[in-house]
Ligand binder design. Structure first.
Ligand code: ASP
Length: 255
């Protein structure tokens, strides 16, 4: 069994989702899928998570956030329309909008991109949707790995396949708690570790880690057997993988 995570630009529009579906279905072992919120796409210059943060900010100042929310609605509605999905996207979007209006927390609001994205992909794949709130446990603002692994083992194994939103979990008060930005990678690695996956695949639409930053002379860095190198690169600011995504898998055997 493999756990596969797809980043925001892979989920930005229907065309990208088609590619994601092809990748998932070409290997039966890809049973548990973790997703980010839609990122920038051909028809959209903004990441959904950034737009949600703006909505939260505007709403906190009692300013109208309709215009910004409209962009989010369009991203999801276009995907659902283009793929002709059987999902009540209007209802889901209206509920999130109400929650923002009613003063939902920052973490809750910025987690909704993953929440909706996972439901959309689940409908498209015919997989089940399992909420990350039921799987990822935060204690005092930090992810609790042992507790999360227990929950994942208990709950995800009851599902033959599932799409799980990345980036967030639930804290001891029953409230949504997010990782730092880009944290869907961490969700994926915790799930892969908990389920002893044969492999954790972190799909992204860049062609690799680059050794040098200058475009003219950059050389792709081979990643095989360079786990520590990957972690160091992430710490140094390479945007490909979240720096905390290696930790849950450190004790596992690699490549
Ligand atoms: N959507 C979140 C972000 O933009 C988390 C993620 O993509 O991993 O940071």
């Amino acid at each position: 069994m493999k756990v596969a995570k797809f980043g925001g630009s892979s989920l930005a529009d229907a065309r990208q989702l088609k590619k994601v579906k092809d990748i998932i279905l070409e290997d039966d072992a890809r049973k548990y899928i973790v997703v980010s919120a839609p990122g920038k796409g051909v028809n959209n210059n903004h990441k959904v998570t950034d737009l949600l943060a703006m909505c939260h900010e505007l709403s906190a100042h009692e300013l109208n956030f309709n215009e910004v929310y409209k962009i989010i609605e369009n991203v999801f509605k276009n995907i659902v329309d283009d793929l002709v999905l059987d999902i009540d996207i209007d209802k889901i979007l209206a509920e999130v909008k109400d929650e923002i209006t009613n003063g939902a927390s920052y973490d809750f609001v910025i987690s909704r991109g993953e929440f909706i994205s996972a439901q959309v992909l689940a409908a498209y794949l015919g997989f089940e949707f399992v909420d990350a709130r039921d799987l990822i446990v935060f204690t005092k603002g930090v992810v609790d790995l042992p507790k999360s692994e227990d929950k994942i083992k208990e709950i995800l194994t009851q599902h033959e396949n599932a799409v799980v939103p990345g980036f967030y979990g639930e804290n001891e008060e029953g409230k949504v708690n997010t990782f730092s930005r880009g944290g869907s990678d961490v969700t994926g690695s915790i799930i892969a570790s908990a389920l002893d996956a044969e492999m954790y695949e972190n799909f992204t639409d860049v062609s690799g880690f680059w050794l040098l930053t200058q475009k003219s002379s950059r050389t792709p860095l081979l990643l095989d057997n360079y786990l520590q190198g990957v972690e160091e690169l992430s710490y140094m600011g390479a945007k490909v993988l979240h720096e905390e995504a290696i930790f849950p898998l450190r004790t596992k055997i690699f490549l």
